[in-house]
Design a protein around this ligand. Structure first.
Ligand code: PEP
Ligand code: MN
Length: 362
């Protein structure tokens, strides 16, 4: 099925979609104070979590539907459109009753096909734009599955929010951006608008601007940032929220590049693309050659009854490549991932050529 996405908002192409507001609606005053702080800042949607999916019980779980009239007041007083997260069918109905302009699915919902389907069924027949956050785990298909479920419910004003992925281990990020995943999503669905939620990626204030800039450098289409009048006192995600004033500073300093290329760009870019294509071709040739050599080694190992996996040799290859790659400005992480993939493919080729004849495919 080919999905044909419709624009989320009526906006000039190339203009970013900006979403800002507190992690959670806490009190009517806090919601209105934040909204008034944001109203003259080209914000397209005012966000506030009404129902908060929390990792553990007994944290603040949101004010619930009593907060919806507060969002209505935001619309009346500031003219801002409003958005909140829905995690159940009932949330969808409540939002619809209160005139919420845009709904989003949270990361903990996208992981669950049953939950997504329940929400999709509730949305059937509604004319509301929907944003789908990536699932907590780095699984592109799960993300795409959620997009398809919502789309199949007849919601065609669909976009996504990249909020990073939860990985084990220490990191500078609260949720690793793993930029290659949203980039691959963009490659598969060029029409799909991608919003960067720098707040949940960073989990802290000092790196928000860098991550936002990176997203725009990658031609993402918008930004969602948590803002609070007194961030340190926020009832949820205090460490990552910023005041509307700091938010304005961040937005004013962003360099947003054009996505479309004009003829002059195309001419100079075209020449560089030709070179990239040629290099990619060479890479494929070289990789093909490497596999042939690996196959010969496989046959030799078979004749001598040597096991295919030779960890000492593999470590040697890795170390040499890291040293060489570092000289050329390639990161250790990249070289390791790249070589691991090549090594796995070599092992597959060796296994294939050394299979007993009865089961050998070629
Ligand atoms: C949020 O936006 O406040 C939120 C709960 O985000 P996520 O679903 O990305 O964790
Ligand atoms: Mn939050």
């Amino acid at each position: 099925m080919e999905m044909q996405f419709k624009p989320l908002v009526e906006k000039e192409e190339g203009q970013p979609i900006i979403i800002a507001g507190p992690c959670s609606a806490e009190t009517e005053e806090q919601v209105l104070e934040t909204a008034h702080g944001l109203k003259d800042q080209n914000v397209d949607f005012f966000r506030a979590g009404i129902w908060k999916p929390r990792t553990r019980p007994n944290s603040f779980e949101g004010v619930g539907k009593t907060g919806l009239p507060w969002l209505k007041r935001v619309k009346e007083e500031t003219g801002l459109k409003v958005t909140t997260e829905v995690a159940k069918a009932e949330h969808v109905y409540e939002c619809l009753k209160h005139g919420i302009d845009l709904l989003w699915l949270g990361a903990r919902t996208t992981v669950s096909p049953f939950a997504v389907q329940e929400i999709a069924d509730a949305m059937e027949g509604m004319d509301v734009p929907v944003l789908i956050k990536n699932p907590i785990n780095p699984d592109l298909n799960l993300w795409i599955g959620a997009i398809e479920r919502i789309y199949n419910a007849g919601i065609h004003r669909v976009g996504v929010i990249h909020r990073g992925f939860s990985l084990a281990g220490n990191s500078n990020y609260r949720n690793e951006p793993l930029w290659q995943i949203p980039i691959e999503l963009k490659r598969r669905f060029p029409e799909l608008k991608i919003i960067c939620d720098n707040s949940h990626i960073c989990g802290r204030r000092d790196t928000l601007a860098d991550v936002a800039q990176k997203a725009f450098d990658l031609s993402f289409h918008g930004l969602m940032t948590e803002t609070h009048p007194r961030p340190d006192e926020a009832w949820s995600d205090a460490k990552q929220q910023i005041t509307p004033v700091i938010f304005k500073e961040m937005i004013d300093n962003l360099i947003i590049k054009r996505e479309e290329l004009d003829t002059e760009d195309l001419e100079s870019i075209e020449a560089l693309r030709v070179r990239i294509d040629a290099i990619d071709n060479q890479l494929m040739e070289l990789l093909g050659n490497r596999m042939e050599v690996a196959e010969s080694i496989g046959l030799y190992k078979k004749a001598k009854s040597i096991s295919i996996l030779q960890p000492v040799r593999w470590n040697e290859i890795l170390e040499k490549a890291i040293t060489k790659g570092n000289e050329r400005g390639l990161s250790e992480e990249f070289i390791t991932q790249f070589l691991k993939a090549i090594h796995q493919e070599s092992i597959n080729h060796q296994m294939e050529v050394t299979k007993p004849d009865m089961v050998k495919k070629r």
